[in-house]
Ligand binder design. Structure first.
Ligand code: SF4
Ligand code: SF4
Length: 453
């Protein structure tokens, strides 16, 4: 009787396809010129969930960074190196190069069930590298689309000379990727990738991992990791070494969990195929040390993971709340250094002037004309006298003068009076676009007004 064969490989390939398609399509998704995700250095803005944030709104970044790092910690605590086996581009590109191009298409590797020998060289080896270089070029372009929208990227293609840096980055990254995948291979995971080292500090006995069941299978190595016998004296392991031959990082998982293991589960599939012929359950499973010991299910909800969920939820709420407070336009107001100026209007009447610098930023994707009002009926706008037109994504700096009559009944006998102001700035062509800012108007001491005669 054959037991059910595990099919992690098919599931992984399915996941790779979905993840790759999603990454390919994602940069194209936009509504009204706003992308799902884009970091534009050219326009100094970030697009997130079809909202645009300018450099002045980078207060969102801490929430994004916290969310990103806590997600990785959480994922690792829960699923060990699940990222490496199921989503890491390095693993996906290695499958494309090693298993698809070299093994299936060009047949310069023996079999995908034996990853211990490299591919043959010669003309076919060269063709394999050339084919992968095309994949690398597409991948490098895809990566750049998260920084330069694909529509602009393809428009720039018609004038490469004007965008040498951009296409230099694409070519440089594609060249590195080709070298990494065709030459370094899994050595990158084992010797270079920092995540492999960091993740070991986040694992606990309940974290998911690829684990050999030495109680059922029998001990192959002693407690000092020295080989006792490839085929245990007692236990179900047949010593066939199918799990060793298929391992891309050239390790024997029967030695225990190791830094080199990228969680690809190829060994679990291989053992499952062998054991199913004997009517037995696989000896290599995707489980946790505790679950294996107690022959129970993996405990996902535990103190650490609940803690991470709490922090993730807080970062997500922070992100959503802060995104919701996004203003429809940006305005910075700075008072000029001169406190006030006493002057005369066209009728020869004494007036008090305060000057400010307004920095408008149009965060919308269409041009708008901005003007403003103040909430004090004694204060009027003497400059500018007409709205300021600002192009999409651009800023405009203007000098503003506010004026009051110099005969206000204020308690200014002994000192200047500081009048609080609410300034409402708005787009004259769209009533939904407005912001308010607090500022002050300084009204001088009476003796200074009297002196200006
Ligand atoms: S031991 Fe090797 S084959 Fe098994 S999951 Fe780890 S890397 Fe993959
Ligand atoms: S594939 Fe299974 S039976 Fe064969 S050596 Fe590995 S653990 Fe033992």
């Amino acid at each position: 009787m054959e037991s059910k064969i595990s099919k992690f490989r098919q599931r992984r390939y399915f996941f790779y396809t979905i993840a790759s398609l999603w990454l390919f399509i994602m940069p194209w998704l936009q509504i009204g010129g706003k992308h799902l995700f884009l970091i534009s250095f050219e326009k100094k803005e970030i697009h997130l969930f079809f909202n645009t944030f300018s450099t002045q709104e980078f207060f969102l970044m801490p929430f994004l960074i916290i969310f990103f790092f806590i997600s990785i910690f959480f994922l690792t605590t829960l699923g060990g190196r699940v990222w490496c086996g199921w989503a890491c581009p390095q693993t996906i590109f290695r499958v494309i190069y090693r298993d698809l191009i070299c093994t299936k298409i060009l047949k310069i590797r023996g079999s995908i069930t034996n990853k211990q020998k490299g591919e043959k060289g010669g003309a076919k080896g060269f063709i394999a590298v050339a084919l992968f270089a095309i994949v690398a070029l597409i991948a490098a372009s895809n990566l750049l689309w998260f920084f330069v929208p694909p529509q602009s990227f393809f428009a720039y293609l018609s004038d490469i000379g004007e965008h040498k840096l951009l296409f230099g980055i694409v070519l440089g990254f594609a060249a590195f990727l080709t070298f990494d995948i065709t030459f370094l291979g899994e050595n990158f995971c084992v010797f270079i990738c920092p995540y492999a080292r960091i993740q070991s500090t986040m694992l606990d006995e309940d974290s998911l991992g690829v684990i050999y069941d030495d109680i059922r299978g029998g001990a192959v190595y002693d407690e000092h990791k020295n080989l006792i016998s490839n085929k245990p004296a007692s236990g179900d392991c047949t010593g066939c070494q199918a799990c060793v031959r298929i391992c891309p990082t050239h390790i024997d998982i029967r030695k225990g969990m190791q830094l080199e293991c990228i969680n690809c589960l190829e060994c679990a599939d291989a053992c499952s195929a062998v054991m199913s012929k004997l009517g037995k359950a696989p000896l290599i499973n995707w489980t946790s040390l505790n679950a294996q010991k107690s022959q129970s299910k993996v405990k996902f909800m535990r103190f650490r993971t609940i803690g991470y969920i709490g922090v993730l939820a807080a970062a997500l709420i922070g992100l959503v709340v802060m995104s919701g407070t996004k203003e429809s336009m940006l305005l910075n107001i700075n008072r000029n250094t001169q406190l006030y100026k006493i002057d005369f209007d066209d009728n020869g009447e004494k007036i008090v002037k305060n000057s400010y610098t307004f920095l408008f930023e149009n965060t919308r994707s269409e041009p708008h004309s901005f003007f403003f009002s103040v909430d004090n009926e004694n204060i009027s706008i003497s400059r500018p006298d007409e709205p300021v037109k600002v192009s999409p994504g651009k800023k405009a700096k203007i000098i503003v003068s506010l004026t009051s009559k110099a005969n206000l009944s204020l308690e200014n006998e002994h000192d200047n009076v500081v009048l609080p102001l609410i300034i409402k700035a708005y787009a004259v062509d769209d009533e939904k676009i407005s912001v308010t800012r607090e500022s002050v108007f300084v009204y001088p001491q009476q003796k200074f007004i009297d002196r200006k005669d």
